[in-house]
Each structure stands twice: as structure tokens, then as C-alpha cells.
Design a protein around this ligand. Structure first.
Ligand SMILES: O=C(O)C(=O)C[C@]1(C(=O)O)C=C[C@@H](O)C=C1
Length: 295
């Protein structure tokens, strides 16, 4: 059975993994920090790692992209989308008035993962502007800290599974700024994995470094895809960290690497003097609500 490194029990990442694998044929290995999730597979202790890379509200999770590019060399083996439904979670009975209605005026501190916190900015400003905001390694860790500190005015932002895992109560459900909040996850690891779902497409992620002093280089790179009618779904510039103003271009192509046209496009880009690194070529899975089988 494959070991899959993931953020702690009760996080969005954990729930997203249960969804992808339909709760089958994998053993989650929980880690408190995303750096440890990456390192578990990089060191061979786990077979795969679950990495959130993009979110509807917050955009690219730049720290995780950095790790993928600079810190580890782990190919992407699958990509899937999963909803992030955040809630305000408290110790049972806290922050309720005499009629049992929610009263947020006594909240002194709200804890969460930075991305989840940012997804709920409107709710926080409207309902608990007085609260100090503290970011921690995951939404589930935030819930656990609140559980261990009853009566101090602390609340956490996290998902329903996180509240259930730690036996806490949701006092305000669905508090994300926009209803359609999804996270894009990738599974990284050295080998391909059998996934018990039907893929909805294929993607190849490439990292292109342009030659210096070559006016129009990016235009020519994009042309290599365009005239072959290769569809791109994402292009992002990321700092090389070697020189101020020097960037990699991260490009997602909606085509597997073993297709007829993509290898030729990559050769053309290399011939321009660009460096090309393939980050992975993998199946993609969209979210289908009716088939969610999270336990
Ligand atoms: O803390 C969690 O629950 C996570 O799984 C992490 C994470 C992230 O890193 O973006 C994943 C998805 C949510 O949108 C918020 C946080």
C-alpha cells in the first residue's frame, strides 16, 4: 500500500486525498508542515506528497511552487481540484449569547492556515475586526490549538472534517469570501500511480528559462505552442532567485508529453536557446460533487 505524505488529519489536503483515492489503497502519512510533506517523499520515507498549488481566491500558492522548483526534484503525477469550504470553529458552547445565538464580540484571536485566513477576509472584517490573526501550519492545527485553549476567546478557521476530527463546533458555516472556492492539488512522487477515478484530461508542466538579451523570446516560445495549436492553461513568471529581475516561466500545456506535437514544440523552444525543465506530465481530475465519497 502506497504511503502518501499530507498535512494533518482534518485538513483540506487530507480530505482532498480521501476524495481522489476514494479512501482506498493508500496510507496517509500526516505531517505538521508543508515542508515536511515535501521532504517525506524527497527522502524516500513516503511514495507521494499532496501539495496544494493554486486557489480560486488566493491564486498561486507561491511558497509551494518555490519548493517544487527550487527545493525538491519530484515529478507531478496527478492534478485534481477540490472545494475549500471554510468555517469558523470554536469550543462547544463558546461565543453564544443567552438565546444561544452566535456572538463574535468576545473573539480575541482567530487562528488558521494563511491561505484559509486570506479566503475569509470579508467575514473577519465584518464580524470580528477586533480579533488578532495568527497563522499556523494548517487549518487542522488551528482547530487543535483552539481545542487546547478553551475559554480564552480563540476561534479557528477550518473545514468540517477538522471540526469533527477534534470534536469542536462550527459556529459560522461557509465563511469564504466567494462561494466557488476551489483548490488545485498535485500529487508528486517518483513513479506513476494508479488512481481509482476517470481522468478528465492530461497536462504537462514545463519550466522555461529565456536566454538573456533576446527581445521577443517569450513571444517565440508561445508561438512554438500556438502554431501547433497546443492549448495552454497557465503561464506564470516565477523568480529564479539567482538574479533580481530574472524569471522562469511556468507553463501548463493541455497535452501529454508523449503526444505527437509537444516534444517538437519543446525542441523548438530549446533551439531558441531556452532551458526547459519538465515538471511532470500527468492526468487531471475535475471535482464531481455527486461522486464525493469522503468518510
Ligand atoms: O490547512 C489546510 O487545511 C490545507 O490543506 C492547506 C491549504 C493550502 O495550503 O492552501 C489547502 C487548501 C485550503 O484552501 C487552505 C489551506
Amino acid at each position: 500500500m502506497k504511503s502518501i505524505a499530507v498535512l494533518p488529519e482534518g485538513t483540506t489536503s487530507h480530505e482532498a486525498l480521501l476524495y481522489l483515492m476514494k479512501g482506498e489503497s493508500c496510507r496517509p502519512a500526516f505531517h505538521k508542515l508543508i515542508s515536511d510533506v515535501f521532504l517525506a517523499t524527497a527522502r524516500g520515507e513516503s511514495d507521494y506528497s499532496v501539495i496544494p498549488i493554486e486557489n480560486t481566491i488566493e491564486g498561486s500558492v507561491s511558497m509551494h511552487m518555490d519548493w517544487l522548483i527550487h527545493e525538491v526534484d519530484l515529478p507531478m503525477q496527478a492534478e485534481w481540484i477540490y472545494p475549500s469550504i471554510q468555517n469558523l470553529i470554536v469550543n462547544p458552547g463558546e461565543f453564544r449569547n443567552a438565546e444561544g445565538k452566535a456572538d463574535y464580540s468576545g473573539i480575541t484571536k482567530i487562528l488558521s492556515h494563511p491561505v484559509a485566513m486570506a479566503q475569509c477576509g470579508l467575514f473577519i472584517r465584518a464580524n470580528a475586526p477586533q480579533a488578532e490573526l495568527e497563522t499556523v501550519g494548517s487549518t487542522s492545527e488551528a482547530v487543535e490549538i483552539v481545542k487546547n485553549n478553551p475559554g480564552r476567546g480563540w476561534a479557528a478557521i477550518g473545514i468540517e472534517l477538522g471540526a469533527r476530527t477534534h470534536g469542536l463546533e462550527i459556529i459560522a458555516p461557509k465563511i469564504t469570501d466567494h462561494g466557488n472556492n476551489f483548490t488545485r492539488f498535485v500529487l508528486v512522487g517518483p513513479e506513476k500511480l494508479q488512481i481509482p477515478r476517470i481522468s478528465t484530461g492530461s497536462k504537462t508542466s514545463v519550466l522555461v528559462t529565456l536566454p538573456e538579451d533576446f527581445p521577443g523570446a517569450l513571444h517565440q516560445v508561445l508561438s512554438a505552442f500556438a502554431w501547433r495549436r497546443l492549448n495552454l492553461s497557465r503561464i506564470e513568471s516565477l523568480p529564479t532567485k539567482k538574479k533580481l529581475g530574472a524569471y522562469y516561466f511556468y507553463i501548463d500545456v493541455l497535452e501529454p508529453l508523449d503526444s505527437v506535437l509537444l516534444p517538437a514544440a519543446i525542441e523548438e523552444i530549446k533551439a531558441l536557446g531556452c532551458m526547459v525543465r519538465i515538471l511532470g506530465s500527468y492526468p487531471t481530475y475535475t471535482y464531481e460533487e455527486e461522486k464525493a465519497e469522503v468518510q
